[in-house]
Design a protein around this ligand. Structure first.
Ligand code: CA
Length: 241
């Protein structure tokens, strides 16, 4: 079995070397972290996909070709593959499980700990409600900006993956987040990009309070509404990877 482990690990190393030959694919390689042998996520909601009968190479490829996967747990005995949404760290990891055979592989070029990757960007869900202006400053202090949703895919991922895994009170106003869009005159624009909204997903009859200073909220169902910027909401920061 030990020999099998080494063969499997060598396959991943070969995979690393082969993708490094092509510079543009450099971000596809994965490293192994043996300090997390047999560790598991405390919350299974961080698992993007689980599948059986996978080789380690198949598992690594599934992750590196997914827009939202920075790391995997792979069981070399059971050939079981789990794609994760975020890195394992001291807050989400259980190291006392008795299961054996699990190895942890991560893409060092994905997002830093606590940030979730999607399509070349990194996202952080801030669960302390603040005013829009304070939220904006806090994102900027981390080299990021308040969430700007530019495509249906990004909108869908935020709801089905990021918020659904971190905020379980569906439809609760506590799960609403500020985005980086606002208006002073009724015409909304993205603050960071300084552009008009070329994609929007307003709730019926929204925006409803145009003509004054308003900011955009992302509701738990994925649709948008507008409201006072001085309200306190949780928020999502976004940055380029
Ligand atoms: Ca965006």
């Amino acid at each position: 079995m030990k020999l099998m482990h080494n063969i499997s690990l060598n396959i991943v190393i070969l995979f690393v070397i082969s993708v490094c030959v092509f510079g543009q694919f450099r971000s596809m390689y994965m490293n192994v972290d043996d300090t997390l042998n047999n560790a598991q996520l405390i919350r299974s909601s961080g698992v993007l996909l689980s599948s059986e009968g996978q080789s380690l190479l198949q598992c690594a490829l599934r992750c590196t070709t997914s827009p939202a996967c920075p790391c995997v747990l792979y069981n070399v005995e059971l050939r079981y593959c789990r794609l994760l949404m975020h890195y394992m760290d001291e807050f989400n990891t259980n190291r006392t499980l008795s299961e054996t055979g699990w190895r942890y592989f991560f893409n060092p070029d994905a997002c830093t700990s606590g940030w979730f990757p999607f399509n070349g960007h990194c996202y952080l869900y801030n669960q302390t409600a603040q005013t829009w202006s304070d939220a904006k400053v806090q994102c900027e202090s981390q080299g990021a900006y308040l969430l700007e949703l530019e495509t249906p895919l990004e909108n869908d991922w935020i709801i089905t993956s990021l918020l659904s895994s971190l905020c379980s009170n569906a439809w609760d106003i506590n799960c609403e987040v500020f985005m980086g869009g606002s208006t002073d005159s009724g015409v909304f624009k993205w603050e960071y990009s300084n552009t008009l909204l070329n994609y929007s997903n307003w709730y019926p009859n929204e925006p409803s309070d145009t003509g004054t200073r308003e900011c955009i909220f992302l509701m738990y169902n994925g649709q948008w509404s507008d409201g006072k910027c001085v309200y306190h909401r949780k928020f999502v920061c976004e940055k380029v990877k």
